[in-house]
Design a protein around this ligand. Structure first.
Ligand code: PEP
Ligand code: MN
Length: 338
């Protein structure tokens, strides 16, 4: 259930409504917007008489949430969620954020060169894998903690936030000192135990859409994180598997406006995994921004052809710089900045 408070509702009135909801046996999640406080009641609300809550002082209106996801739905935060990082960079506001880096952190020189490039291009986020989910067990699996140490150092030197993939619960704790945002990869979108545990973390989570997941399944997966009280989730469209074979995945651009309509969570477009080909990344990056993405995730590497993973989709640094310049012009045309 959603309880929207009146603009002038007092803290006392809000507390009284929260108490009444908790007494009725529902978990209350509060959001305080610029004008209005909205309370989401999650749990066994089916048998509740909602008029009882509508009568409480300070309440504007009460309604049931028909969608299976409750906290991910836009009704709870109609203005949209803006996530702020320790560097001051934000995702979800007017500005389109750039999250870029290598598929995998490989060595010191590589990650420092990339971090400097991301910074120079005006990006705010350095992303690289230290734990890599590879289709083959014989492929490079990532540097682990030493890779995270290098990335943290390179990011801090360039005032960038760090995004890196977590693959299992046991990695959360050791990763905490190094990352500003945990990525959950496509293969783990429905690892519900991992998602629940990330709901206890107080750092943002970039949740990628599974290769065969619907938008509703993506939103339900985010609900596992949100219901733990971690309200900072980014939803990433990275392409889905279809019968089309000319690209690595089929980038579902339409999913971006669909998610923006259904949810308050910021949306990230990943044209690198979405196409699997560096020559197609610019077109899909632009399409994602035009479609309303709040951030782009782009794989880059100084020796893109020699990257240890995802080489074919990884852009050279000069290509990336050129692309960001073009995106800056495009962003303005669709009422955003970059
Ligand atoms: C990645 O981001 O490098 C990655 C492995 O992505 P995905 O989980 O989308 O395949
Ligand atoms: Mn990759």
């Amino acid at each position: 259930m959603i309880v929207a408070m009146q603009e002038k509702a007092t803290e006392e009135q809000i507390d009284a409504v929260i108490n009444a909801m908790e007494e009725a046996g529902v978990d209350v999640h509060r959001t305080t917007g610029e004008f209005q406080t909205i309370l989401a009641g999650v749990g066994a609300t089916a048998g509740l008489d909602l008029t009882k809550f509508e009568m409480l002082p300070g309440v504007l209106h009460v309604h049931r949430i028909s969608a299976p996801y409750k906290l991910a739905g836009r009704a709870w935060r109609p203005e949209g969620t803006v996530i702020e990082f320790p560097t001051g960079a934000k995702i979800g506001g007017q500005q389109v954020a750039i999250i870029a880096g290598p598929c995998a952190v490989e060595n010191r020189e590589q990650i420092f060169q990339i971090a400097a490039c991301v910074k120079a291009a005006g990006g705010g986020f350095l992303r690289g894998g230290a734990y890599k989910p590879r289709s083959s067990p014989y492929s490079f699996q990532g540097l682990g903690i030493p890779g995270l140490e290098l990335m943290r150092e390179a990011a801090t030197a360039n005032d960038l936030a760090v995004v890196s993939e977590v693959m299992e619960i046991a990695q959360i704790e050791p990763m905490l000192p190094y990352v500003d945002c945990f990525q959950v990869g496509a293969r783990n979108m429905q690892n519900f135990n991992l998602l629940r545990e990330l709901g206890q973390v107080r750092k943002p989570i970039l949740l990628k859409r599974g290769i065969a997941a619907t938008v509703e399944e993506l939103l339900l997966s985010s609900e596992y994180i949100l219901s733990g009280g971690n309200y900072e989730v980014l939803l990433c469209e990275r392409g889905i598997r279809t019968y089309e074979t000319s690209t690595r995945n089929t980038m579902d651009i339409a999913a971006i406006p669909v998610i923006k309509k259904l949810s308050h969570l910021p949306v990230v477009g990943d044209p690198s995994h979405g196409t699997g080909r560096r020559d197609m990344v610019p077109a899909m990056a632009k399409a994602a921004v035009a479609a309303g993405a709040d951030a782009l995730l782009i794989e880059i590497h100084p020796n893109a052809d020699k990257a240890v993973s995802d080489a074919a989709q990884t852009m050279y640094l000069d290509q990336f710089e050129k692309l960001v310049g073009e995106l800056r012009v495009l962003a303005q045309a669709v009422g955003r900045t970059l």
